[in-house]
Design a protein around this ligand. Structure first.
Ligand SMILES: [Ca+2]
Ligand SMILES: [Ca+2]
Ligand SMILES: [Ca+2]
Ligand SMILES: [Ca+2]
Length: 222
């Protein structure tokens, strides 16, 4: 006599991720909806005891990322901005659908790569005043702009654009120190208008132009 024994599967296996931890890098300007990585976990049981669903359970700041419940494919859910957040440490859970559902976790570190998407800005307005009959080569002002980007995308150099009054005014490229070469005379001219440029060193460099008015004051004899 032949006996056939059917062994019912018991949900005694947890889903196991291909790796305990994943790491990936995405540029900050990727489009919303971009699918960038798939995590998978296998479950040695059968049927619903092995049906695995995926969720992000921690680290999903601002809900910037989404995971497909069935496939484990991760996508960008919202616009990223490295200047807002440059790294995420997500915790992803794989959970089976059997009775006494079993799950496991893996970690995913996402680094957001900088793109040159910020112009330099001058936080201050400069209103320098020079007393006439100055010594030559005196410093009029030191200007400084800010740039929120990283590395070369935020590394600034300075220049003067347009009229420098026959190079009467100069600016040091890296320090932003503006000097006047010759002696100024209030009766001859009461102010000079310059255009100061700050430029970052990104591949597609961004600039800001700022008007810069130097007033010449009268020297009173004491
Ligand atoms: Ca299982
Ligand atoms: Ca940005
Ligand atoms: Ca940036
Ligand atoms: Ca920049």
């Amino acid at each position: 006599m032949e006996i056939t024994v059917f062994v019912d599967d018991v949900n005694d296996n947890v889903p196991v991720f291909g790796s305990d931890s994943y790491r990936d890098t995405i540029p900050e300007n990727v489009p919303v909806g971009l699918e960038f990585l798939r995590v998978t976990a296998t479950d040695a049981d059968v049927g619903s005891n092995a049906w695995v669903s995926y969720t992000i359970v921690d680290g999903n700041y601002n809900s910037d990322f989404a995971i497909d419940l069935e496939s484990g494919v991760l996508s960008v859910a919202k616009s990223l901005d490295r200047e807002r957040r440059h790294t995420y440490e997500l915790t992803i859970r794989a959970q089976d659908s059997g009775p006494g559902s079993k799950f496991s976790m893996c970690a995913l570190v996402l680094d957001i790569e900088d793109v040159n998407d910020n112009n330099p800005v001058f936080p201050d307005v400069y209103r320098p005043v020079v007393i006439e009959n100055n010594l030559p080569e005196i410093t009029v002002e030191q200007v400084a702009a800010d740039d929120a980007d990283e590395g070369v995308n935020g590394a600034l150099t300075y220049s003067l654009q347009g009229n420098t009054y026959n190079s009467l005014f100069t600016i040091e490229r890296t320090s932003g120190v503006i000097k006047v070469k010759g002696r100024l005379d209030h009766e001859e001219r009461k102010e000079y208008t310059l255009t100061v440029v700050a430029e970052d060193a990104g591949q597609f460099s961004l600039i800001i132009l700022a008007p810069f008015v130097v007033a010449i004051d009268k020297q009173y004899c004491s």
